[in-house]
Design a protein around this ligand. Structure first.
Ligand code: RIB
Length: 312
């Protein structure tokens, strides 16, 4: 039996409101409609890893409410183990309110609920699971002490760790000595490192800051500009694939799931990033965060897109 990926993170219920464009501060817009979906960066990344055919176990918390039960059922249908998702009687399941614009861009506000109660003790209770994992994947929609404990256990047991620092919290910088790979998006890289633009020089500075803080590798996702990493002091840019974006919600989650899958498979980082970019490109053509493709779909997409477009 292959070792499971252990995803330590959030489970949410998403309310997605379609709008022509994102609002400005103090502005009122009329929405075009509202959709609901099961989400949460943790849950989405767990589902993405499972879509790539990996056994996956989730560690987290939901409330004792109907949407918590829906989230657990959703994970079970995706083949993700939920034995380490605690149900809390005195908390509500996390919720996210998401505006999705016509161009696919979004704005997200998360109300953590039970996610905010995931503790170091919950992680300790999952130590044997983590010790036998192929990788541990974390994000920042649960408290930092729990994230730290997951990374400490992963490092103690020699397990690959992927840190998706979303949403950005400067406290994550103290955890980077425990991170094998850190994967901010462009806004998170700016928030964490103080870079103010996305020029090559600034990306090198920002990614280097994460390495200096202790991460073994840093990858930044850049939306329609692809993603980038460092090879020594050189910036490697992987351009995005040109697709018609419908909803970028969860594209980063799909990217992280695919990247984790490919790193476990032993691919080089450049290969893994190209594959993860293809998976993310497919996901933005689909509505909602539950959009991770299967390996067959990614392979077909890569066959149809043998060369990258330049920067789109
Ligand atoms: O990354 C997308 C996710 O962010 C949504 O599913 C929402 O729940 C928030 O966690």
């Amino acid at each position: 039996m292959p070792k499971p990926i252990v995803v330590v993170g959030s489970l949410n219920f998403d309310y997605l409101i379609d709008v022509a464009r994102l609002p400005k501060p103090n502005e009122t817009l009329i929405g075009r409609g509202i959709r609901t979906a099961i989400g949460g960066k943790g849950l989405n990344q767990a589902a993405a890893c499972a879509a790539f055919g990996r056994p996956v176990e989730m560690v987290g918390a939901v409330g004792a409410d109907a949407i918590g039960q829906q989230a657990l059922g959703h994970l079970t249908r995706k083949g993700v183990g939920t034995a380490h998702v605690r149900t809390l009687n005195d908390a509500r399941t996390g919720q996210a309110h998401i505006l999705v614009a016509e161009d696919g861009q979004n704005m997200i506000v998360v109300t953590p609920g039970a996610n905010g109660r995931v503790s170091s003790a919950d992680i300790d209770a999952a130590e044997s699971l983590i010790a036998g994992a192929s990788a541990v994947v974390v994000q920042l929609e649960i408290p930092l002490p729990a994230v730290r404990r997951a990374l400490e256990l992963a490092r103690a047991h020699g397990i690959l760790s992927i840190v998706n620092p979303a949403p950005a919290d400067p406290g994550v910088l103290d955890l980077l000595p425990l991170a094998d790979v850190v994967t901010p998006n462009e806004l998170e890289l700016m928030a964490l490192t103080g870079i103010t633009d996305l020029s090559d020089a600034s990306l090198i500075e920002g990614l280097n800051a994460l390495i200096t803080a202790g991460a073994r590798r840093a990858v930044v996702t850049l939306g329609s500009a692809g993603c980038a990493t460092l090879a020594g002091s050189e910036l490697i840019r992987i351009p995005a694939f040109a697709v018609r974006a419908v909803d970028a919600t969860g594209a980063g989650d799909t990217f992280n799931g695919a990247l984790t899958d490919r790193l476990i498979a032993g691919e080089t980082v450049a290969e893994a990033l190209r594959y993860a970019s293809a998976a993310a490109a497919i996901s933005v053509t689909r509505a909602s965060a539950d959009a991770a493709p299967t390996p067959r779909e990614v392979d077909a997409f890569l066959a149809q897109h043998p060369a990258h477009t330049n920067g789109h």
